[in-house]
Design a protein around this ligand. Sequence first.
Ligand code: NAD
Ligand code: MN
Length: 500
Amino acid sequence: MPSVFTHEFNTPAFKGKVSFSTGLFINGQFVDGSDNTTIDVINPTNGKVVTSVSEATPKDVDIAVEAAQKAFDTVWGLNAPGATRSTLMGKLATLMQENADELAALEALDNGKTFNFARNADIAGSIDCIRYYAGWADKVTGQVLETTEAKLTYTRHEPIGVVGQIIPWNFPLLMMSWKLGPALACGNTIVLKPSEFTPLTAIKMCHLMNEAGFPPGVINVLTGYGGTTGHAISSHMKIEKVAFTGSTLVGRKIMESAAKSNLKNVTLELGGKSPNIIFDDADLEQAVNWAAFGIFYNHGQTCCAGSRIFVQEGIYDEFLKRFTEKTRSIKVGDPFAPETFQGPQVSEIQFNRIMSYIESGKQAGAKVEVGGERQGTEGYFIQPTVFTNVDPSMKIVQEEIFGPVGVVIKFKDEDDVIKQANDTVYGLAAAVFTQNLNRAINTAHRLKAGTAWVNCVNSLNANVPFGGFKQSGIGRELGEYALHNYTSVKAVHVNLGHKM
Ligand code: NAD
Ligand code: MN
C-alpha cells in the first residue's frame, strides 16, 4: 500500500493540513512500484526529507501503457465525444482552482519557488491552460479537400493513441498542464513522468483527476528516475509519441531512444541562453526592472531566462549602476515569506552546478559586479549574481546556467548586437527594449528565437505558441499549434463513380 503524505503548513502565506496518498497512479489507482522502492522528496530550503514517493520501474511503465491502451480503445480517443472530454477537462480546471492554494504550497515546499509566484504564475497558468484546451476538445477538425467531382476527399485528425510525456522540475505543475491539455483535448491517453525532484503536485493532480471523473487509464502518472522510467517511456514499443521538456542533453537521448525503438514521434522543449537587448533609447527604469525579472525570476531556473543582457554603449554605465542596485535589492529567503522574491535552487545538484559556473566565470577573468556566493549556510540559496568583462568564449556566456546568474555585455549598434545575440546554439526566446518602433520590430524579426518579446520578458499566454529554434527544441507547445503534436492526420479518398 502506498503511504499517505501528510503535512501541516503553518506559514505566513498558507496555513492548513494537506493529506493524500502517494504512489504510482495507474488505471485510476494509487499503487506501489513493482520493486517497492521509493524516492525521497527534499525540501530545498534545508535539504531535509519531506516524504518519499513510489519509484516506478520499466515493468510499471508496461503496466501503465497497457492501462492507457485499454482506455484508449474503450472509453477515450474516438470513443469519447469531444464534448465529453471538454466537460471533464473543465471540471479538472475548476478543481485546480478550488485547490489552488494547496497546490501552490506544495510547489513551494517541493521546488523552493515562492508561494506567491507559484500561486499567481504556475498554478494560475496551469488552470488557464487546462481550461483553454478544454475549449479545443470539441473543435478538432479535419478538412474537405477539392479534388475531382468523382471523389470525396477529406482528412481526419485522429488521436495518436498512448503518448508518453516527460517533464522537468522548474515549473512542475505548469509543464504538466502544458502537456496534458492538448493531449487530452485530442483524445490521447497518457503515461506521464514528473521530475524525480518535484513529484508532489503531479500526485495531487491525480487525486483531482479522479475527482473530476476521468475514466481509469486515461492519465497515468509514474514517479521515477530519468535513466530508468524515463528511458522506458521514450524507448517503449507501444508508445507512439513522446513529448519531452528538459535539458538539451537529455533531449538528444530521447530522440535517440525514439530512433532506436519504434521511431515514435518526438517533440522537444529544451534549454536556452536567451539574449535581452537594451538600446540607448529604451525607458531605462523599465528596462532595468524587466531585465532583472528576466534573469532572476524563478531563481534563474527558467528555460527562457534572459541570461545574456546586451546594453548599448551610450547607456551602459548608467544601466549597470541601476541594474546592480536592483539586483542587490532582491530578497532571497523563505519561499513562504511575503517579501521573498527568490527562494532556494531546487536541489543540491543544481546548487553545485550553478556554483561551479560562477567559479568558472571568476577563473576565466570575468568581473563579479554583485553576488557570486552562496547565501547562508543551510539549503540551496545563491546570491543573485551579475558578471561583466566577459567574452564569447567563456562558459558563462555560452552555456545554460539555469540559476540566478546573468552576464552584461556592451554593444555598439544593431548589426553588432544581432550578430552577438544569435551567436548561440540555442533559440528559445529573445527580448528587445527600445522606444523606436521600427528598430523594435526589425530586431524582433532578425533574432533567431521561437519567442521575441518587445519591451517585456517572460510573458506567456495559453493561446500563444511557445518553443524553440535551433537546439532549443522541436515543435510548439500552447495555442492551436500544440494540437498538431497530438493527432495523426488521415487522408480519406472516397470513389464516387470512377470505374476501373
Ligand atoms: P533534465 O533533462 O535533467 O530532466 C528532464 C526530465 O527528463 C526529468 O523528468 C528527468 O527525470 C528525465 N530524464 C532524465 N534522463 C532521462 C533519460 N535518459 N531518458 C528519459 N528521461 C530522462 O532537465 P531538468 O534538469 O529537469 O530541467 C531543466 C532543463 O529543462 C533546462 O535545460 C531547461 O532549459 C529545460 N526546460 C525547457 C523548457 C522549454 O519549454 N523549452 C521548459 C522548462 C525547462
Ligand atoms: Mn524537492
